[in-house]
Design a protein around this ligand. Structure first.
Ligand code: GLC
Length: 431
């Protein structure tokens, strides 16, 4: 298998800064853009919207608004499992059988290259979406080889949720900026009678896409990288090792509780809401749900901590892509425009704290007053590092998951896990 770059354009400084290409910039690859660019968006009638299970409830509410206005072009919500890997599997199966069961796909930002290169999704007309109003790194996630393959939906940046009440009681005035400050804060908080049984920190450490996210964050937050500026795997380094050591060492010394190696997003959220965690790494959707939980009014968010100062998040999010095998594509395009509009994004932000792609929503003073996490979130997204933008993303993420999990749970040393990961990524890049 030949690795295909995310874009056929020459390596620009901005691209290098924004993305990790696991191959040299400018190398060749097949461009499905031309054919898909000629796709005709015809046909009106019922369609489906396919996404992971919606824990916020805002998706069906938006579909209801659309369905009321378009009784002849109703959208049915097809809910897939919560974890990203199962969603990807089901979407790929649907595409491989050329089924028309799925129309509009809520595509994780890391799958754009793979789905576009296989011509499982149509290239979209850029002039149908107000891309110039959106955050640039978010728009980039919807492109493959310079062409648009998805409408930016909701973005995602990891944040550090922390218990303001407990930190304050322990005499701590600022959230931690580094991992060692975080563990020192935990030691102080745990001396409080009500916090003795709490655990210090958890993110997403089960063997699935969330672990790839958390691993990449730890590596980047220690000054390492998964691949170098030319896209070559570069993870067997002292910096990356410090990142993985932080995660593995924290599991070992109990800073991260043992059960957290089974956590996906929802498990961590529930633990934080139940008052079991002092610090928790999660996405913005948790903010709104936690405000309705037992820790309401007792938490805030801060940038993710790192080795020597604030760390950086992995860039997450979901975009709306159109299955190449779908019917009623004219309806689908209109629906995508509606669902990705600034109006919808603003509703998703207010009702479910989903990160909008629209830049101005982060700077609106009245919104910031009501949703004080917005500046932290904007910063998290703008500083976020994309995961590798490669066609064979499945191979890359399973190698990361396997080796990171072995270091966290399987007794492999960080040094060995990174050595093995480097070899696996190199092998995949050479195929
Ligand atoms: C969130 C992010 C997505 C990421 C996933 C991992 O859904 O938006 O990009 O892959 O979490 O669990």
């Amino acid at each position: 298998m030949k690795i295909q770059t995310a874009r056929a354009l020459p390596c620009s400084a901005a691209l290098v800064a924004a993305g990790l290409l696991l191959t040299a910039c400018g190398s060749s690859g097949s461009d499905s853009g031309q054919q898909a660019g000629n796709a005709s968006f015809e046909g009106r009638g019922p369609i489906t919207f396919v996404a992971g299970k919606d824990s916020t409830g805002v998706v069906q509410a938006a579909l209801d608004r659309w369905n009321e206005l378009h009784p002849e072009e109703k959208v049915t919500f097809v809910q897939l499992p919560t974890d990203a890997d199962s969603q990807r599997q089901q979407m790929i199966q649907n595409a491989e059988t050329k089924s028309d069961a799925y129309t509009v796909l809520s595509l994780d930002v890391v799958w754009t290259s793979e789905f576009a290169a296989h011509q499982w999704i149509d290239r979209l007309p850029e002039n149908r979406f107000p891309l110039q109003k959106m955050l640039r790194p978010v728009v980039e996630t919807a492109k493959y080889r310079g062409n648009l393959y998805a409408a930016p939906g909701s973005s995602d940046g990891g944040m550090l949720y922390y218990r303001t009440d407990l930190l304050k009681k322990a005499g701590i005035t600022e959230p931690p900026a580094t991992w060692s400050e975080m563990t020192a804060d935990c030691a102080r908080v745990k001396k409080l009678p009500e916090a003795g049984d709490m655990s210090c920190y958890a993110g997403q450490f089960q063997k699935y896409e969330g672990l790839t996210v958390n691993f990449a964050e730890a590596v980047h937050s220690a000054g390492g990288q998964v691949a170098d500026a030319d896209g070559k795997p570069d993870v067997d380094t002292p910096e990356a090792r410090k990142g993985l050591d932080f995660l593995a060492g924290s599991v070992e010394d109990g800073t991260i509780p043992k059960e957290a190696i089974t956590y996906q997003e929802e498990d961590g959220r529930q633990a934080f809401e139940a008052g079991k965690l002092i610090f928790h790494r999660n996405w913005p959707y948790v903010y709104s749900l936690a405000q309705k939980s037992k820790v309401a009014g007792k938490f805030a968010v801060a940038p993710l901590p790192g080795l020597n100062g604030p760390g950086s998040s992995s860039l997450g999010g979901h975009n709306l892509a159109l299955s190449s095998f779908a019917k009623n594509k004219a309806t689908a395009l209109d629906f995508m425009k509606f669902f990705s509009s600034e109006d919808s994004a603003s509703t998703f932000l207010k009702d479910a704290s989903l990160a909008p792609p629209y830049a101005d929503l982060y700077d609106d003073a009245s919104l910031v007053e009501q949703y004080p996490y917005l500046p932290v979130l904007k910063e998290s997204i703008l500083r976020a590092v994309p995961r590798p933008r490669v066609v064979q993303y499945g191979d890359v993420t399973s190698a990361i998951q396997r080796e990171a999990y072995a270091a966290l749970a399987g007794g492999k040393s960080s040094a060995q896990a990174l050595k093995d990961l480097q070899a696996a990524l190199q092998k995949s890049a050479a195929q």
